[in-house]
Write a protein that binds this ligand. Structure first.
Ligand SMILES: Nc1ncnc2c1ncn2[C@@H]1O[C@H](COP(=O)(O)OP(=O)(O)OP(=O)(O)O)[C@@H](O)[C@H]1O
Length: 310
């Protein structure tokens, strides 16, 4: 999948050649620094990109439906919220301030058609139970709820139509650590109870390790390494993944966390060759050629000209 924006300085490619499969019941975490293209990827999948975005190219196949081939209306009726839903990064501000939260949870259910108001209201109560909120929460307004409760409401909304894929875009980044842990535990429970596929977008590799079966590391709009969570966390191979892991402080370790020197590239002006080359300790003259992503014998995929697929 490719996503570009038209800007005053020219066309900026925010997502380039990103390709992945998520099986039912599995979660893929996409990890990367700010500006790597994570939100563009999730908004592009939901077909909610801003007006200056070009139409994404590539294919998104969900339940046999080629989502990018559907018209806007077909996508809205058949896919968005029904088969693919999202918990947004700014979730705490995305609830309507003067509508009761129960009505807001019911909205995607009613939009899908085929469900009457009474059945939708009953479903709202079930969904509130699922996210461990009391039924009377349905009658409350967003300003009466804490951040953690609002995030549970957003999760209930995302689950309201029993989708096949839920995209979680930094679902806990606005919450304090205790509430963050509660929401992560809820997400883990929901993941094991339902056979949901999850796409978990985060800048936090440690958080990704909590929920993900597979991890893709994103740099400058591309996946640079993708593998099982174990492979990425215990045996990172791409120099950027190694740097990301070394930057996480570890309890009980005397090693100081490392900083990744340099800054991520300006996406409007990407360096020639490998995009990580200016910051990479392994870079040499061969890295002036932009590397393709290669599949290795252990199943992981890596985009690095220095590493040869055996
Ligand atoms: N509407 C837009 N117009 C132009 N450029 C944009 C637009 N939205 C995002 N970008 C650019 O696209 C690139 C990817 O941004 P994106 O928000 O997808 O990254 P991200 O990894 O989600 O970062 P963050 O975690 O900070 O949200 C960045 O260079 C960003 O400046």
């Amino acid at each position: 999948m490719n996503i570009s924006y038209r800007t005053g300085e020219g066309v900026l490619q925010a997502v380039g050649g990103v390709s992945f499969t998520i099986e039912a019941g599995k979660t893929l975490a996409v990890v990367g620094e700010s500006g790597a293209g994570k939100s563009s990827l999730s908004l592009g999948m939901m077909r909610l990109l801003p007006n200056n975005a070009e139409l994404p190219t590539g294919r998104i196949i969900l339940d046999g439906i080629d989502c990018l081939k559907l018209s806007v209306n077909e996508f809205r009726r058949q896919v968005r919220w029904q088969k693919m839903s999202m918990v947004f990064q700014g979730a705490l501000d995305s609830l309507h301030p003067v509508r009761r939260v129960g009505d807001q949870i019911a909205e995607p259910i009613l939009l899908g058609g085929g469900t009457g108001k009474a059945a939708a209201d009953a479903r709202v109560i079930d969904l509130l139970k699922l996210v461990r909120l009391p039924p009377e929460t349905a009658r409350r307004y967003p300003h009466e709820l804490s951040g953690g409760m609002k995030q549970r409401i957003m999760i209930a909304m995302a689950l309201s139509c029993s989708p096949r894929l839920v995209i979680l875009d930094e679902p806990t980044s606005a919450l304090d650590v205790i509430i963050q842990a509660q929401i992560m535990n809820l997400l883990k429970k929901l993941k094991s109870d339902f056979k949901l596929a999850g796409l978990f977008i985060t800048h936090d590799l440690a958080l990704a390790s909590d929920l993900a079966d597979n991890i893709a590391v994103m740099y400058a709009g591309e996946f640079v390494e993708m593998g099982t969570a174990e492979q990425i966390l215990l045996d990172p191979r791409h120099p950027y993944t190694r740097k990301l892991l070394a930057s996480i402080p570890r309890l009980g370790s005397t090693d100081r966390p490392e900083f990744i020197s340099g800054t991520p590239p300006r996406m409007i002006q990407l360096p020639d060759g490998c995009y990580f080359r200016p910051r990479c300790p392994m870079a040499d003259e061969s890295c002036v050629v932009h590397p393709v992503i290669k599949r290795f014998a252990d199943g992981r995929q890596i985009r690095c000209g220095q590493l040869e697929a055996e």
